[in-house]
Design a protein around this ligand. Sequence first.
Ligand code: NAD
Length: 494
Amino acid sequence: ALAVTGSLAYSIYELRHPEEQYEADPNKKTLVILGTGWGSVSLLKKLDTENYNVVVISPRNYFLFTPLLPSCTTGLIEHRSIMEPIRNILRQKKATVKFYEAEATKVDYEKRVVLISDDSEIKGDISHTEVPFDMLVIGVGAENATFGIPGVREHSCFLKEVTDAQNIRKRIMDCVETAMFKDQTEEEVKRLLHMVVVGGGPTGVEFAGELKDFFNEDLKKWIPEIQDNFHVTLVEALPNVLPMFSKQLIEYTESTFKEEEITIRTKTMVKKVTDKYIEAEVTNPDGSKTLETIPYGLLVWATGNAVRPVVRDLMGQIPAQKDSRRGLAVNEYLVVNGTENIWAVGDCAIANYAPTAQVAGQEGAFLARLFNTMAKTDTLEKELQALSHEQSLAKTDEDRNRVFDEIRERQKQLRRTKQIGPFQYSHQGSLAYIGKERAVADISWLSGNIASGGTLTYLFWRSAYLSMCFSSRNRVLVALDWIKARVFGRDVSR
Ligand code: NAD
């Protein structure tokens, strides 16, 4: 057993420290990649880094497996289990990749530089500098949409980053412990234990399901006093939740929520948020509208994506982007319209697909193929030039024929290499956990919609997410977290 463990450890070690790492070369193009999310990381994974001087810039020095982020809000999964350090990913590349933990604040399209700033806690100040590029990939994602609704930024929690999940986890326990404080009015206890989720997309639905699981499986056992007042409400402006799923799956989700006693308030549009209440406009069955005030203890805001300032600024520099509203308009090769050397992937790009991890991952992998091909094409063209020169100098027929054969072979390779088609998204299906060990799955390309509950769907959901985790290390950690929660319950400390 020791020998096996030893050799496994050795092989991982070898994989992470390639013996030969090519250093940066001034004759190669500089490829700058912004972001360490789904798009950028899937590009990095498949990119032959020895063809370019690759620079990665992101304020986050890790990749985050976002599909399991809702589980971190209740402590079912520890956040480090779904984080993969970017340095681990870069160490596995053949050529050295530079990484700067910094935020790209501006892309200067004319000067071909990215302005970056590092808000260093150690230095206590902000360092600014610029990084030149020949080719740029923008994969910076999006920020939380608030639609300018007053009070949202100040009072609600979002669910995009690790810190958001940590804030929610602390806030849930803060609400519970404060509600248990001596001599509270019943009204205040009810308010503190009212958990409101705004936005009935997959993020809101998954979080509401996870939260109610937390209550049913752990909270109410540890703190039975909250049993009667702990309540989860999902608020959605449209007539139903999960609009991207089929009618059958929507109904299944709604009936599951009913069983779980999660209240769904559809046709309810939040207009204002204060520290203790949300104000919402409710459309009644007769079409009339009434304004309602809903008290809350925890407010989670999950109403989708908005364009990041760095992306909006770049859009302003490129006339071809002037009609684009939701992000960088790209062509079928993911080139940002109006540029030749900038590509965009993931939630900051508008390519007629929903802004999902699946799309971003496939876009990143496509760009890796494209860039690998471009480098190969370059090499083949240079070799062909050299061979033509050699042919003109050849003295004997034998030499001429040999070089001619080589030229033909290279031309064949070049034709094959150049045959890379445009990006095409292949939808593998959508999956959302809805609580109570149930999930909804839309795999219409395979066999239609699946809406089922019970152990099988639950296991399917879990194994699908587990297999999608970034590394074996993540997979092991997530599986252990699940086992740990099942055996000992979730950790309810703040
Ligand atoms: P979303 O855009 O899918 O849903 C946001 C919802 O908020 C909408 O239904 C909208 O009507 C509602 N809303 C907006 N303003 C409101 C207001 N003022 N009051 C009440 N409701 C309001 O957002 P999301 O769930 O964050 O998802 C973002 C993207 O990520 C989507 O493309 C989604 O498909 C994808 N995603 C997928 C999964 C999955 O497949 N499991 C999980 C998370 C996210």
